[in-house]
Design a binder for this molecule. Structure first.
Ligand code: FES
Length: 105
């Protein structure tokens, strides 16, 4: 599936992702600026934070448990905030759009 990350300045990055990897990993592999992922996907840094476009909210499980806890530490948290290391890429995510915060800190 192709997932598009839009930087805070509006620059889009369309990334071809592999089913089964995390959205965070797909962004890192494609060197998308703005995803830091300091903890490497352990759900303990909140620097893989992105805003999932509203029309895609239903395509992923709701945030719960440690993701919800860590979202408390996300910069500029909003209703559609997610930690991208906690979202596993599925076939149905082709065309998904995520926007990146101005800063992860
Ligand atoms: Fe650290 Fe996602 S990479 S919480």
């Amino acid at each position: 599936p192709t997932i598009t990350f839009i930087e805070h300045n509006g620059t889009p990055h369309a990334v071809t992702a592999e089913v089964g990897q995390s959205i965070m990993q797909a962004a890192l592999n494609a060197m998308v600026p703005g995803i830091q992922a300091d903890c490497g996907g352990a759900c303990s840094c909140a620097t893989c934070h992105a805003f999932l476009e509203d029309n895609w909210m239903g395509a992923v499980p709701a945030a719960e448990g440690s993701e919800l806890d860590m979202l408390e530490f996300a910069n500029e948290r909003k209703e559609n905030s997610r930690l991208t290391c906690q979202l596993t890429i599925q076939d149905n995510m082709d065309g998904m759009v995520l926007r990146l915060p101005e800063s992860q800190y």
